[in-house]
Design a protein around this ligand. Sequence first.
Ligand code: SAM
Length: 476
Amino acid sequence: MLHRQARIQRGPVRDVAAAGPSPLRLEWPGRAWVPRARRVRAAQGAVVDEAGDARARLVHGDALDVVHALEGEGLGGRVDLVYIDPPFASQAAYVHEARLDGPADGRVLRARAYDDRWAGEGVGTYLDMLAPRIEALAGLLARTGTIWVHVDWRASYLVRSLLDEVLGRDAFVNEIVWRRAPNLGRQAASHQFGRTLDTLVVYGGDRATLAPPTRLERIEPKSVRRDAQGRPFIAAPRGDYTDESVSRLDAEGRIHRTASGKVYVKYFLVEDGSGALCRERRVDALWTDVPPLRHAAPAERTGFPTQKPRALLDRIVACASPPDGLVVDAFGGSGTTGESAHALGRRFVLGDESPLAIATARARLLRAGIDVSVERCGRERHADGDPTTATPQVRIHPGKDVRVELIEPRDPLAWAIDVASGGSGPFRRAWHSERTPGVRARPVERVAQLEGAPGRLAVRVWYDDGRAATWTEDAR
Ligand SMILES: C[S@@+](CC[C@H](N)C(=O)[O-])C[C@H]1O[C@@H](n2cnc3c(N)ncnc32)[C@H](O)[C@@H]1O
C-alpha cells in the first residue's frame, strides 16, 4: 500500500480553488483557460432517458456538462476515482467499425466515432478543451481520491503541467508507463526507439492512497534455495533496508546470512497455476504485463476505435477505489471503465459526447448484464445527420401473448421494448436484444414474445451511428 500522507503539505483537492497561485503556468497561444476561477455554471442534473440502476449511469454530453450535472447532484468531493482517456491530440478522425449480422462475409459498417483533429497548429485548441475539463473533474475528487489521465507521448508532458497547475506539484502520485504494443513493424523500423507506450498521469487528494497489486515472476530453478522447513526461497541483497528493518525481518525468519556474514533478505516463493516457483512482486510504475486489446477475446472488442483493454481498467479500478466506491469517466468511449467498475463492485458514471460511444457503451454494458441508465445533459449533438430521421417499422402480432416484430432497420445495434411506461417518462426495458460482436457477429433477435397483452408499447432502436429512435403504439 502506498501511503502519501506524510509528504503531502497541501489542502484537500476540493479546496484547491482557495489555494494560492501555482508556481507553474503553462502558456499556449490564445490560452483562454483561467484556473481556479471556476464559473459555477447552472448545475442542472442530467435528464434520464432510460431508467436503470443508479449504480450504473451513462450520460450523453460534453465532459464539462457532465461534471456540472454531477456537482449539481452534490457529488463534488465524493468521487473515489476519476479515470479519463481523452483525445490524445493525434490529429486523427476515428471511425467505428461494426461487423454486420448474417453470414461472415466481412461486411463492415463504418461510422464516425469522434474527432481528435485540432485547428491550426493544434496544441492550443486541444489544451483549451482539455484544461477546464481536467480541472472540473479534479474538483469531484474526495480527499482520498485520485485522477488518472491516460495519454501518450503527444500530451503526457502537457497533462502533467496542467495538473501541477490545477492541483499543485505535491498532488503528483505516479506517472505510469503502459507498454501497449510490441515494438514491431513501422515502430521498429522508425529509426527511433519505438513509441509503443502510453502514459497514465496520476494525481490525488491529500489522503490518497493506492493499493498496487502483486504479480508472479517465475524464478530459475537453479536460484531456488530451501530453508530448514523445506520452504523454497530466493535471497536478494538487503538493498535499502535499515538495520532496524533487518532485525525485524530476522525475527520473522526472513534473513539469510552467508558464511562470510553477508546479509540477504529471503523472499519465499509460491507456485503459479502450472506449479512453477514464483516470487510475488509488487507492481511498479512500469506496466509491461497488461496485453493490448488485440490479444483480448473477440467478444471484448467492440469495434470502437481506441478502446482500452479490460485488464488495464481492472487494475486501475481495483487499486484506486474501494469496494462500492464511485468511479467517473467523462470520456467513456466504449464503456471499458464502466464494465470494470461494475465487475469489481463499484458504482460508476460514464459520460461521452459522441452518440456512437454512448450507443456502443450501452450495448456493451447491457450485454454484460449491467442495468445501466442512459441520461443526457447539455446540448444534444449528433455525429451524422439528424437523429429524428430514423423511423423504425414494427409489426404487432396480437394474441394471448403479444409478438413484436422489428421490420426495419434490419441490422440495428440493438432494440428494446418498454411495456411499463409505454413511451411516457424514462424508457424501462422489459425486453431487449443486442447484436453480439465477434468474428461471427450474432444478429439481434427480430421477434420478441411478450407475456400477456400489454397496453401501450414503446420500441426503441439503436443504430450503429449512434442514433436512437422510439416507436410507440397501443398493442391492444
Ligand atoms: C480515447 S476515446 C475513449 C476510449 C475508452 N477509454 C474505451 O476504452 O473505449 C475518447 C473518447 O472521448 C470522447 N470525447 C472527446 N471529447 C469529449 C468531450 N469534450 N466530452 C466528452 N467526451 C469527449 C470521444 O467521443 C471518445 O469516445
